[in-house]
Design a protein around this ligand. Structure first.
Ligand SMILES: Cc1cc2nc3c(=O)[nH]c(=O)nc-3n(C[C@H](O)[C@H](O)[C@H](O)COP(=O)(O)OP(=O)(O)OC[C@H]3O[C@@H](n4cnc5c(N)ncnc54)[C@H](O)[C@@H]3O)c2cc1C
Length: 193
């Protein structure tokens, strides 16, 4: 495989890469429907939002999830974003639901997502669990553990999560309580200052 290796200073060095089995990931970009709209999306089509998940140019548009434009942590020679995970997205969803609710009640949006990451990454028979608060450094919590238990925890979580979806429950009271005890929140206490 003939590739270009890009150094931190942006210089590219051609290289030949021998391989038996290769996987190439195309550059990540957003769907066409929301791309190329001035003020709505960045050059790769990701939707621009303020701290309340609201687009500054189109205030009736909120965005959540992997489609949101989050700039890289520092200058990079290639246009990359930051990875997003499930709990981080749930925190965006919570903030957005509260903020749209506030607008409907004649108030201004005031809830901010914590963007915390709580993840069970399953590798098939083992896995890694991690908590990163917030996901984008600098962090106040950085914890990870690995083992076979993560694989089983992921199976249990999947069953629990799908049951919630079937019942239409976004968060059970015991889940909320457990997360509270662990100090993992979805919303920043923005309103309180
Ligand atoms: C391989 C892999 C492993 C991951 N593992 C983990 C993990 O262990 N833990 C974790 O927390 N996160 C994990 N993530 C990240 C997490 O899955 C994503 O961040 C999350 O699913 C994004 O949710 P979303 O709702 O924003 O987008 P998506 O889940 O991508 O949903 C977008 C939906 O929009 C639909 N869609 C697309 N275009 C259109 C269109 N034009 N019109 C209508 N519908 C459209 C798509 O079909 C899709 O259903 C993983 C991601 C990948 C790829």
């Amino acid at each position: 495989m003939e590739i270009e290796e890009v150094a931190e200073d942006g210089s590219a060095k051609p290289r030949s890469l021998p391989f038996d089995y290769a996987m190439m990931l195309p550059a990540f970009r957003a769907v066409e429907a929301v791309s190329g709209i001035k003020g709505l999306s960045n050059p790769r089509g990701f939707t621009i939002v303020d701290r309340y998940q609201r687009n500054p140019a189109f205030p009736n548009i909120f965005a959540i999830g992997v489609c949101v434009a989050i700039p890289p942590m520092g200058p990079t020679p290639v246009p990359v974003g930051v990875p997003k995970t499930g709990f981080m997205i749930e925190s965006m969803v919570s903030a957005t639901a509260h903020n749209i609710g506030a607008l409907l009640r004649g108030r201004e949006p005031d809830e901010v997502a914590t963007l915390n990451a709580v993840c069970l990454a399953d590798f098939g028979d083992r896995g890694i669990a991690f908590v990163a608060q917030p996901q984008i450094p600098p962090r106040s919590v950085n914890w990870s553990a690995q083992g076979r238990w993560v694989h089983f925890a992921k199976i249990a979580f999947e069953k629990y999560f799908l049951r919630k979806v079937k019942l239409g429950t976004s968060e059970t009271f015991y889940e909320r309580r457990a997360m509270q005890l662990l100090g993992i929140d979805k919303l920043k206490a923005a309103r309180k200052g």
